[in-house]
Design a protein around this ligand. Structure first.
Ligand SMILES: NC(=O)c1ccc[n+]([C@@H]2O[C@H](COP(=O)([O-])OP(=O)(O)OC[C@H]3O[C@@H](n4cnc5c(N)ncnc54)[C@H](O)[C@@H]3O)[C@@H](O)[C@H]2O)c1
Length: 260
C-alpha cells in the first residue's frame, strides 16, 4: 500500500516530461495519489501536457493562466466538480519576460517586474486562497524556489526578486494556515539547477549543470536531480513531514552550503 493511497493532488506547472512538476507527479503517483493538472491555455501546450501526464491517468486537466482571476476561479470550480475535496496543491510554475533576464537588472521595467512577481509569487497566494475551501485537513501545499532568492545569480535578475517574495509568502501562508482548523502546511523546495524549458529560458543551463556537478557535495545530474525533488515533495505531502511548515528545503546536492 502506497504512502498516499486515497489522497488527491492538483498540480500546476507541468509542461512536459522534463518539468519538475512532472517528476513530483510521478513520485506522488507511485505512492497511490490520484492526480489532476492545470496548464497554461493554448492548443499546442494542451497537446504536450495531455501526452506528458497520460501515464498518471489524470482525473481532469484544466487550462489556467494564473495571472487571470477568472481562470483561477474556473479551475477550482472544475476541481470542485470533478475532484471534490483534495489533499495537496503543487505550485511548480514561474515566468519573467525574457528581456528582464537578459538585460542588466538595473534596466528591469515596471511591467516586467509586475509580470514576474504576479505570475511567479502572487499566484501562490491566489491559488492557496482558492484551494483552501476544497482542501482536506492536514493537507500540504508545495512551491518551487531557487537559491537566487538569497544569493546573486547572473541573469536571474527579477526572477530572484520574485523567488524572495515567494519564499516570504510561504512563511506568511504557513503561519495563517497552520492556525486554521485544517492545519494545511505550506513549504518551498529550493532545487538546484535542472534542465527544463524554464531553465533554458534563463540561459547558460549546460554551464550551470557542469558547475553544480563540480561544486555540490553530492553528484548532480539533471535526471537524478528532478527525481530527488520528487522524493522531497513526497515527504512534504506525506505524514512523515507532519511537523514541518513554512520552510524552504534545499534539494540541490548540498550546493548551497559550499562557500568556495
Ligand atoms: N529548472 C530549474 O533549474 C529550477 C530550479 C529551481 C526552481 N525551479 C522552479 O521550478 C518551477 C517549475 O519550473 P521548471 O524548471 O519545471 O520549468 P517548466 O518550464 O517545465 O515549468 C514552468 C511552468 O510554468 C508554467 N507557467 C508559466 N507562466 C504561467 C502562467 N501565467 N499560468 C500558468 N502556468 C504558467 C509553464 O506553462 C510551465 O508549465 C518554477 O517555479 C521554477 O522557477 C526551477
Amino acid at each position: 500500500m502506497g504512502l498516499l493511497e486515497g489522497k488527491k493532488a492538483l498540480v500546476f506547472g507541468v509542461l512536459n516530461e522534463y518539468s519538475i512538476g512532472w517528476h513530483i507527479s510521478q513520485s506522488l503517483h507511485q505512492q497511490g495519489c490520484q492526480l489532476a493538472f492545470s496548464h497554461l491555455p493554448g492548443e499546442k501546450i494542451e497537446r504536450r501536457v495531455v501526452k506528458a501526464v497520460e501515464p498518471f491517468k489524470p482525473a481532469f486537466l484544466a487550462p489556467c493562466d494564473v495571472s487571470k482571476d477568472e481562470d483561477v476561479a474556473r479551475t477550482f470550480e472544475t476541481a470542485k466538480e470533478k475532484f471534490g475535496a483534495f489533499d495537496f496543491l503543487i505550485h511548480s510554475l514561474a515566468f519573467a519576460p525574457a528581456e528582464a533576464l537578459h538585460n542588466p537588472f538595473l534596466e528591469t521595467s515596471r511591467t516586467a517586474w509586475n509580470t514576474a512577481l504576479d505570475v511567479s509569487a502572487y499566484s501562490l497566494v491566489a491559488l492557496t486562497r482558492a484551494a483552501l475551501p476544497l482542501m482536506n485537513a492536514n493537507g500540504s501545499i508545495i512551491t518551487m524556489t531557487y537559491l537566487g532568492a538569497e544569493k546573486y545569480i547572473p541573469m536571474y535578475n527579477v526572477m530572484a526578486v520574485a523567488k524572495a517574495a515567494l519564499e516570504c509568502s510561504v512563511r506568511y501562508l504557513a503561519a495563517e494556515l497552520g492556525r486554521n482548523e485544517k492545519h494545511v502546511r505550506v513549504n518551498a523546495i529550493s532545487a538546484g539547477a535542472i534542465k527544463t524549458m524554464a531553465a533554458r529560458g534563463i540561459g547558460d543551463i549546460d554551464k550551470m549543470m557542469t558547475h553544480y556537478n563540480e561544486k555540490a557535495p553530492l553528484p548532480w545530474d539533471s535526471d537524478d536531480a528532478a527525481t530527488h525533488v520528487g522524493k522531497t515533495a513526497l515527504y512534504l505531502c506525506s505524514d512523515l513531514s507532519s511537523g514541518v511548515t513554512g520552510e524552504t528545503i534545499y534539494v540541490d546536492g548540498g550546493y548551497n552550503i559550499v562557500g568556495w
